[in-house]
Design a protein around this ligand. Structure first.
Ligand code: ZN
Length: 672
């Protein structure tokens, strides 16, 4: 076999995979799948789980294994070659996906399997069939030929425009930099940020410092730069990315936004929904748009006045009017003053390797799993590490970490599946994942120190990873994070964040990079006391994003589309407390909803946070390392993937349905 992408016998051969392998590999695996499917549908065998569903699931699994490295590499390497290869293969893949989900014969076969499912069929096989039947409908299987073709064309175009949207954001961010020659402008900035900016300047043969718009730099400037002008400059760069006000109009996403909304609305209409918000909810835990909107407004009703108090206190503390680029700075100063806690002081205790080890320890304590590095695994970049997860001598799966920011890499933190767990007809594939962050790269001494926020981020992503790795489900379509309603997917991750606020856990995760001591109790207490500072403001911010996303999809009118910036203004008037300047183009770089899976689903963070906070409440009640509670969480939530209706699974774990009280308590907001 000469094409390394097609080798799915073990981990992807990252040292050999090249962009030119993409097209032939994708074409090949799709051609193979088509042939196998024809054979299946052409045979006279009565379709049942083993003879029919299992092979179809296996075909999808094979395709996923070939495609996963491609989609991953284009987002972490971001070279033109990788992006081109990705964009060329995308239509073929989208085409095939729609063709499958619009295949009437396939749908009939699934319906047949569903009808003949024995009473004692496993929950996972039942869910796999039910999900498939639902998805056939959502892809327009019941439509007339012309409507079907149109649906397919929409999916094609959407995939393309969404990919362009994301690439514009990355390119616009990478192209932005600010050259500084006067060191006074850098006052207040962490040494690491300054050192990095000096290196970046040197690399471009410039004097002084070059500030770029990667997230760690942006975050450090907004939180720490004493110069309000500098903060404003970075803020302006950040909030105009991908817009007509950005550095180069060729990265303007304005038209892409309009097009994406129009296409989504049309697709939703074609399959019988009034708008894309309804379509989005067809696969989620929330039932109706009204339910989502009132959930967000209810949360806002609880936290709005607390947020007002926070802002008043902050403004009083600053002694001046607070602009959008001042909030993080004054909040940081306020925390230092009131709780004597500084992110930079804390950072010295969190070398990334120590945090990782402590986190792995926590997983061992809770779930009895052991994690060990495997140096022999090849990867796509020297920063990448690979870990095996095992228990009682059995390897459950493994994952790659790629933790540091670099040019061309998509911003943010996320996990993705490399291999989904499959155990069907005697074939076992163990789950493998990617855990990606954008932390500040190690300095010349090889030290990378995390802020506590970043520690929380790592816990969050690791929570997703455990969901992916600890699953016991054999049908890939409902295994791990697959088939889990999007608004519940953030349960395991946000649940995990809570542990990053516990002293015992942080003791294990910390070691001062110079003095080798864990985080002192006194410093932890300060951090802990500061947890609620700005929490209601942050809550309002998430509600603002969630409401904006949901409304633009729910209220879209094809004949008279309302400019998204108008809707944003309305939402901000309703819930936001921080006033943003007119140049703010939040939607233009809002990849979560325009390029990712959060379309009409950003509310999911808050929705799932209710579940996460309430679930953690069970640990608080029993003792946060309580073995029985952890085992129940693992069995009822982490292992079941999408095989079980989520509310049932939740009640099985908690003994009751969730309430928002725990979330409000966590944010320091009393229930009013
Ligand atoms: Zn997440």
């Amino acid at each position: 076999m000469t094409n390394p992408l097609l080798d799915t016998s073990s981990l992807p051969r990252f040292d050999e995979i090249q962009p030119e392998h993409v097209l032939p590999a994708i074409k090949q695996v799709i051609a193979d799948n088509r042939a196998k499917l024809d054979e299946l549908l052409g045979s006279d065998v009565q379709p049942d789980i083993d003879a029919f569903v299992a092979p179809v699931e296996h075909m999808d699994h094979e395709l996923g294994r070939v495609w996963s490295p491609v989609s991953h590499l284009q987002s972490v390497l971001g070279s033109t070659d990788w992006r081109d290869a990705y964009k060329q293969a995308l239509p073929i893949l989208t085409d095939y996906g729609t063709e499958l989900s619009q295949n009437v014969e396939l749908q009939r076969a699934y319906a047949e399997v569903g009808k003949r499912l024995p009473d004692d069929a496993s929950a996972e096989s039942r869910s796999a069939v039910e999900h498939a039947l639902r998805d056939f409908h959502l892809a327009g299987v019941d439509l007339e030929k012309s409507a079907k073709d149109r649906f397919k064309a929409i999916m094609q175009e959407l995939a393309d425009v969404q990919a362009t949207f994301e690439h514009n954001v990355v390119d616009a961010s990478d192209a932005w930099s600010l050259h500084i020659t006067d060191p006074d402008n850098l006052l207040g900035l962490p040494d690491m940020t300054i050192a990095r900016a000096a290196e970046d300047a040197k690399e471009k043969s410039l004097d002084g410092w070059l500030l770029s718009l990667d997230y760690p730099t942006y975050d450090a400037v907004l939180k720490h730069a004493d110069s309000s002008d500098l903060r404003e400059a970075l803020y302006r760069g950040w909030v105009t990315r991908g817009s007509e006000l950005g550095k180069d109009p060729k990265w303007d996403n304005s038209e892409n936004i309009e097009r994406i909304l129009a296409l989504r609305h049309e697709a939703a209409n074609l399959v019988g929904f009034n708008n894309f918000a309804e379509y989005s909810l067809a696969t989620k835990m929330a039932d109706t748009p009204e339910q989502v909107i009132s959930f967000l407004r209810d949360l806002s009703a609880h936290s709005h006045s607390a947020a007002e108090r926070e802002l008043a206190e902050l403004t009083g503390f600053a002694g001046t009017h607070i602009e959008a680029w001042d909030t993080a700075y004054w909040l940081e100063k306020f925390k230092q003053e009131k709780f004597s806690v500084s992110n930079e002081e804390l950072r010295a205790y969190f070398p990334v390797a120590t945090v990782k080890n402590g986190l792995f320890d926590l997983a061992s304590q809770l779930y009895g799993v052991a994690l060990s590095p495997d140096e022999s695994v090849t990867a796509w970049h020297e920063d990448v590490r690979y870990y095996n997860v095992h228990q009682d001598g059995e390897v459950l799966g493994g994952f790659y970490t790629d933790l540091f920011a670099r040019n061309g890499k998509r911003a943010g933190a996320w996990i993705d599946e490399c291999v989904t767990r499959q155990q069907l007809n005697g074939f076992l594939a163990k789950p493998v994942g990617y855990l990606v962050c954008n932390f500040q790269p190690p300095d010349e001494q090889g030290v990378s120190l995390l802020t506590h926020d970043e520690v929380v981020t790592l816990f969050h992503e690791f929570g997703h990873m455990l969901h992916h790795l600890l699953t016991r489900i054999g049908f890939p379509s409902v295994s791990g994070i697959n088939g889990v309603p999007w608004d519940a997917v953030e349960l395991p991750s946000q649940f995990m964040e809570n542990f990053a606020w516990n002293f015992d856990v942080l003791t294990r995760c910390s070691s001062h990079y110079q003095f080798n001591r864990p985080l002192p109790r006194e410093l932890f207490d300060k951090l802990h006391n500061s947890r609620h500072a700005g929490a209601a403001l942050a809550m309002q911010r998430q509600i603002e994003l969630g409401l904006f996303d949901f409304r633009i999809h729910a209220e879209y009118e094809p004949d008279a589309p309302v400019p998204v910036l108008d809707t944003l203004d309305e939402v901000r008037t309703e819930v936001a407390l921080i006033k943003h300047p007119d140049i703010n183009r939040l939607p233009h770089a809002f990849s979560h909803i325009f390029a990712g899976g959060y379309a009409a689903g950003y509310y999911s963070y808050k929705w799932a946070e209710v579940l996460a906070a309430d679930a953690f409440g069970a640990f608080e009640e029993a003792g946060i390392f309580d073995a029985d509670t952890a085992e129940r969480f693992r069995e009822e939530i982490l292992e079941v993937g999408g095989s079980r209706e989520i509310m049932q699974a939740y009640v099985a774990f908690r003994g009751r349905e969730p309430t928002i009280d725990a979330l409000l308590r966590q944010a320091g907001i009393e229930r009013s």
